[in-house]
Design a protein around this ligand. Sequence first.
Ligand code: SF4
Length: 461
Amino acid sequence: MSTLLRHTPVEITERQALSINPAKTCQPIGAMYASLGIHGCLPHSHGSQGCCAYHRSALTRHYKEPISAGTSSFTEGSSVFGGQSNLLAAIQNMFTVYEPEVIAVHTTCLSETIGDDVPQIVDKADKEGKIPAGKHVVSASTPSYVGSHVTGFANMVKGMIKGLAKPKTKPNGKVNILPGYVEPSDMAEVKRLAKMMGVKTICIPDTSGVTNGPLTGEYKMYPDGGVTVAELQDCSNSKGTIAMGFWASADGARYLDTEYKVPCSILELPIGLGCTDAYVDALRTIAGAAVPKEIEFERGQLVDMISDYHQYFYRKKVALVGDPDQLVALTDFLVSLDMLPIHIVTGSPAGKRFVGKIDEITKDIGYKVNVREHGDMFLLHQWIKQDKPDLIIGNSYAKYIARDEDIPLVRHGFPIVDRVGHQYFPTTGYRGGMRLIEKIVDALLTRTERDAPVETFELVF
Ligand code: SF4
């Protein structure tokens, strides 16, 4: 791979129908990840075994946890005649053998191409008594020839709300938090901040405690974490919804707003100072809660770090690749550090909104910024060859470019298969901002020290 990358040409030829080293993965992976954030849920992939094996292995490699899921195991017959009988049998078998509270069915390229109507099949399963009393099946349409893993996540978040929320009864005094496609550690962090403010939340979905659980010696098919069915049924009674990340969370939040009149605020992911401030302020406004001294203290620590290490950030050029929600918040953070985010690529089709957001955030940095939605790693590499940054921030696949161009890499996003920590230590919230600063400073100074000639090598740079 690394050798092949050496042939990446500097000159950019416009491509329309060819993606080289995509900076995204397929919809069902996001849908499967979202499903794992429901307590007692068994995700189900309605398609071939190969798709399901890929989705499971992608999540297992990132989280280092065994990811269980069912598959409709399409054969040639189901590919021609449709997968209804396979899904009906699967629903019955899974409830009988594995006893989940919920089965979350997502489609695949194949079942979408055939045109299987999953809600109709689920309805049939219900009428035929294949869904035991008190158990549930939710679903989302996730054709992977459009969108990305982020779209699949958003579709399943909306699917679980649509499938489980009950009509309004009495106010529950809670705030729905749609945390976006972030790590389980990040979900725990946004909940922790809300708890510190005394705000009761329903986090949809909540993979904390599921894909980053402890090793106890006891196998639990359904770990303790996850938003419960009762909470999902109750989310229509909340006083508001804070949706973080437009591409991962807006659809679910808007559905709650339209169907159940739960007003929503759509924010950026709370990565960095400004975006975390916006989250804390939204909690304060919606829940009528005060910001406690403990949160002010954490914020102050982040501001202190920004000020103490500013000399290392100033005008350092950064290339970023990842998911649109992460990139918008990260770019905002880097600009606030006086860094220069100069090449920004998301593989997700995120439209003009993404480009407009980045343009708005970077308009005053005084440097030409390359930004592309629905781009790929090949384009990022070409931009890097044209204007070499001091740092790359991206997932594990960015390491090939980092090695080829000899640029430090801070791993962030999905997937990270060759490092640890992302599952356990957040990059959201003020503490997450501190962790990001630590990683950035570490990467930059390690490079400075490596390159310093012996006569100028210092204890402190
Ligand atoms: S066929 Fe489609 S759903 Fe299956 S793994 Fe490939 S992209 Fe994903």
